[in-house]
Every structure is written in structure tokens, then in C-alpha cells.
Design a protein around this ligand. Sequence first.
Ligand SMILES: O=c1ccn([C@@H]2O[C@H](COP(=O)(O)OP(=O)(O)O[C@H]3O[C@H](CO)[C@@H](O)[C@H](O)[C@H]3O)[C@@H](O)[C@H]2O)c(=O)[nH]1
Length: 457
Amino acid sequence: MAQGHTLPLLDLSKALSQQQIKVTIITTPSNAKSMAKTISNHPTISLVEIPFPTVDGLPKDCENTSQLPSMEFHLPFLLATKQLRKPFEQVLQTMVESKTPPICVISDFFLGWTLASCQALGVPRLVFHGMGILSMSITKSTWFHAQQLESMSMIDPLDLPGMKLPFTLTKSDLPGSINLPNHDEMFYQFIQEVGEADAKSWGVVVNSFEELEKSHIPAFESFYINGAKAWCLGPLCLYGKMGSNKSTNQNHSCTSTQWLADQVKPDSVIYVSFGTQADVSDSQLDEVAFALEESGFPFLWVVRSKTWSLPAGLEEKVKGRGLIAREWVDQSQILSHRAIGGFLSHCGWNSVLESVSAGVPVLAWPMIAEQSLNAKFLVDGLGAGISVKRVQNPDAKILVSRQDICEGVEELMGGSRGRSARERVQALGRVARRAVQKGGSSHDTLNKLIDKLRVSM
Ligand SMILES: O=c1ccn([C@@H]2O[C@H](COP(=O)(O)OP(=O)(O)O[C@H]3O[C@H](CO)[C@@H](O)[C@H](O)[C@H]3O)[C@@H](O)[C@H]2O)c(=O)[nH]1
């Protein structure tokens, strides 16, 4: 129940539907509403609504993390989702009783209770984390070896058992949620609980492709106790867009796409977005605005903050050169527009895969969750991006200065490191697009998964 998980699962539903599999999406009313349009021309995908519980301490009508006023509400939100269990089980029970049991349930990692629901009815549970293989393996490994980590310095290279890392990893590279010495007790317990259910799942659906992360699969699978297999089916964003390369998207009517259509120079525009979860302070957004103005490059910037506005004097300066989108845009489509030459990104895994799929190099600015690992993989492991310079104090209001953002944008769009990242990511993009086509690794894996599930019925 987060856009970063819902969107790839919708793409997976489309991929399954293309293989003549009937998909039932069980979700809550507001999530169902936002999904309905996307699946309207897929008659084999249907939606079943179950109510979202009313919970003290959680704002009303928040059924998705993107609707939370801030990530402070994340834990109460996660705990509330446990109450979905009963209505979910009723839906499943009805399917079984009407002699149309599902061949499997694909459940989000955060809904750990679905394991027991599936086991009770003898339905295989596949888990989906939204993350890549490498970041999941590092996260799991550091979780299980937390005690050894405690005694290590922040700068010594980490040697994680069973893993060959494609870059040097230190404790300071790990996501804050792993590094914090005092885990929030309830959050810790919640993750422990869903992690145990995860490890007992029948299999794992992964939004990645073998050519990108194959060497890390054995280490990842070793965390599963019943021989569960990781099924790499991605990049999921590419299903439904097969055959398309860089497009001009002329027939899309929304403002951002129209604005993009007027940008005639290929690879000239920098796209900026920080995903659907990270809280970015308004003073930090000011720094981004000044940097984009100073860099001189055309930009398309998606801003989530409801309180921020462009600093005085900047509007005139960027008029005609930049577009600030405050509504939802089709990011994946934007990235595949030929005018887009770079992406200033928080490195959520979907953004990383969408950028790779479109062959767009990234200026990496990780913010929360496992994003620092994605950024490291992309920049140091794959050479498909460069990093912004960040200040070392995580409590500072301004984590990246306007000078450093501007320098990063200039290097990505016009510098030699940006050029080599562009070449590298374009090559990776070709491999990614091949993976989901007939005969490609992800396409084949999807068919093998369907066959295996049918046999085990
Ligand atoms: O206006 C918008 C804004 C976002 N998106 C899409 O929303 C998704 C955002 O996903 P992601 O880039 O992964 O960022 P988050 O929403 O922040 O993702 C959360 O979930 C990811 C998957 O688990 C993790 O990698 C991240 O760290 C976590 O913050 C992407 O598909 C974007 O294309 C749009 O299409 N339009």
C-alpha cells in the first residue's frame, strides 16, 4: 500500500494477464479507485475492495503511504494494515468455496499475516518487496549480523558472509534504519514479524532482471527456509510498453508531456523527482530550485510538498525553461521521452529501473529506506550515474547545497562522467528491454513460474 509497490504490482498484473492468467487485486477503496483506470482495458484483471480500518492516531482517508502527511505516520499505518486480515481471508475463502481457488497469492512483504491466511487454505504465498536483489540481500544480511556490525567502525569495508559486493560497502553506506543503534522497538518488532513470514514464503517475486543481479541471487535465496526461489520478472515497468524505445509521446495530453513535446533537443532536459515517500524540507527544495536555475538546463520537476513555492524572483528567471509539476505525472513515460537527458533522483528502486529501462543516467541523491544501496549499485556498481555531494549530518535542514546540486546537474548533463554514465545506461537499457521480450530472461522466468504454480495445484 505504497505507490512504489502498487505500481510495479499493477504492471505485473498486466504481464500475467498477457499470459492469459486471471488476476484478482484485493485492495482498499481509495487504492482501488486509483487502479481502476490503469486496468480498465484488461478484462482478465478485476478488483475486489475490502475496507480500510479506522484507527486512532492515523489521519482519515490515508490508505496509501503517499497519502500520509509525513513518514511519522508510517508505523501506525503499517499496524493498521494488520486489520485487513479478516476481510482478506473472507475473499480468499469465497474463491476456494466456489471452486476457483487462486494458483497463488502475491502478497506485499509488509502484509506478513497473509502467510498464515495462505497456509490455512493451502495456497502458495509469493512475497513482493519492491526492492532489488542486491539491496534486499545486504539488508537481510546486516539485519542478521547486527551484533557483529555494532563493533565495526563506520569506515571499514564490510565483508558480508556469502556475498560478493560489486562495490566497497561501509557501515556509513547503510540505510539509516539499519544503522540506528536504537531501533524503534515497535517498528523493530513489526519488521521482525513480517520478516519471519517472508522467510517462510513459497517464493519471491522480484522486480529486477537476471542480467543485472544474477550473481546475487544465491545469497538472497539463502535467507529463505523452505527452498523458496527468487523469480526475477522485471523491469516490470516495461510490460505493456514492449517494442517502444525513446518516444515523443505526442498524443498524451497532460501538461508535462505537452511541455516535453516542445523540447526539441534530444537529451537536453533534466527530470527531477524524489518519489512518493521521502519528506524533503521546503528549505531543501529552495536549494534545488536555485541550483536548477543556475545550471541553465531545461528541467521538469515533480514537487510533492503542499507548502513550498518557488522562491521570490525565480519564477521569471526559469519561465519557459522549467516546468514544475504538482500533479501526478507518468514518470515512466516521461523518462522514455527523447528530450530527457538525465534524472535527479532519490533512487527508489522503481525510479532506478525506470531510468535504466529508458537509458537515462541518474544524478543519485538517496534519502530514505534502502535508497543509499540502490544509489551505490547504480553509480559504483553499474557506472550508470553519478552522485551528489551530501553533508554528513543527517539532521541538517539542508543536506545538499545548491552549489553541489548545480555541479552535479552540470556534470551529468554536460560533463565527461555524465557522458560515460549515459553510454553505460543506454547499453543496460537495451539489455533490460530485451529481458521482458519473448525469449528474454524475465519473460521466460514468468512462464516458468506460471507452469510451476499450475503443476503444484
Ligand atoms: O508523479 C509521479 C511520482 C511517482 N511516480 C512513480 O512512482 C513510483 C515511485 O517509486 P520509487 O521510485 O521506488 O520511489 P518511492 O515511492 O519512494 O518508493 C518506495 O518503495 C521503493 C520500492 O520498494 C523503494 O525502493 C523506495 O526506497 C521507497 O521509498 C515510480 O514508479 C514512479 O514512476 C509517478 O509515476 N509519477
